[in-house]
Design a protein around this ligand. Sequence first.
Ligand SMILES: [Zn+2]
Length: 106
Amino acid sequence: MSPRRNVPRRREGRPQHSPEASESLILRITGGERRETGPDGEWALRRISGAAALKVYRCPGCHQEIPPGMAHVVAWRPYGNGEDRRHWHSSCWDRRTHRTVRYPRR
Ligand SMILES: [Zn+2]
């Protein structure tokens, strides 16, 4: 009998790369983008600094406006054409992913 670790898989059909490795690779390729996987699929993310935020956006997390000058997060489908980009408050995006990654104890 060979001692084999039964590593739990996050999700069926994911690429074989470990999340850490693919994330750093993506960062190197794209210069600042990262991937996150939620229940609604995979997202590419970019953090926008306050200096780069020049327009008002509507956050889909709380439906409030993101004023110019506020650092925030842009998320879009990595396999799409980029037209589904959405701007989120950083805190709203974090809350979203926390909700999906950590399951409530019950
Ligand atoms: Zn928000």
